[in-house]
Design a protein. Structure first.
Length: 259
């Protein structure tokens, strides 16, 4: 079994971000960073279960709350996709300072888009895995479509996201408009694992097809048959983690071997 250590580090806006490192009890095969979905946080089932399962296979993982979420400081409404990407890079930098330079980036949903964008800014990285990720970050805008006109005309609007009231500001929408992952994926130059459920009703399976087709080899696709978007079903997150662990093995071994 793994153990969990609470940590904090400075994000791209200067605010303190709260994280947890799930540390393997036995030999460490490698270290990674996990980027959570839209407003989900580090303690969401997908984040906590996947990271703990990866740690149980020897891959230590840092999961953290983005700006203004969970135990992190700041206001979520002041963030953006660009901030999420920058904070993912900051998380990797933090791990480097702790002597735990990362080999693996894992991103779920909106976080999957973030890791695709952040990857080329992390030189020590060896592999990237996405789970239920959108090809375009602005895919997330569908959840606040009804408020879009108000956001653009008045500068912000409160929207209900799964029972959670959050403020969406104009700069967030504009930042999404400018976010294009095509070059990030094409120029990744890292092994990529794309995982997606064919019955995902939140982010359609066609997103996985486009990411996969845009990427260059080495690339892999695994269908998470029977899983929902949030991986809340029994064993779904752990199964995804085990697949990532097995796939990443060859790259982690290369990363851990003496130069």
């Amino acid at each position: 079994m793994s153990r969990s250590e609470k940590v904090s580090f400075e994000g791209s806006t200067g605010e303190l971000l709260s994280g947890i490192i799930d540390v393997p009890e036995g030999p460490v095969r490698g270290w990674g960073v996990f980027s959570h979905g839209f407003t989900l946080g580090k303690d969401s089932p997908s984040a906590s279960r996947m990271c703990k399962a990866l740690a149980d296979t020897g891959i230590g993982m840092l999961r953290f709350d983005n700006l203004g979420l969970g135990e992190s400081a700041g206001h979520w409404s002041e963030g953006s996709f660009s901030h999420k990407v920058a904070d993912t890079v900051k998380a990797a930098e933090y791990m480097r300072t702790q002597g735990k330079a990362i080999s693996l980036l894992v991103g779920h949903s909106f976080g999957g888009a973030a890791v695709l964008s952040a990857a080329r800014q992390i030189p020590e990285l060896d592999a990237v895995a996405t789970v239920g990720a959108p090809f375009s970050p602005k895919h997330v805008a569908h959840v606040f479509d009804a408020a879009l006109d108000k956001i653009l005309s008045e500068g912000s609007a409160e929207v209900d996201l799964g029972g959670k009231r959050v403020e969406i500001r104009k700069h967030f929408v504009e930042d999404l408009e400018h976010a294009d992952l095509t070059d990030c994926i094409r120029q990744l130059h890292k092994p990529l694992m794309v995982m997606h459920s064919p019955t995902d009703n939140t982010v359609g399976i066609e997103n996985a097809s486009t990411i996969f087709q845009t990427a260059r080899h080495p690339r892999n696709f695994v269908s998470l048959e029977g899983s929902d978007h949030l991986l809340t079903g029994k064993g779904q997150a752990a199964r995804a983690a085990r697949i990532i662990s097995a796939w990443a093995d060859q790259y982690l071994d290369a990363a851990q071997s003496p130069q």
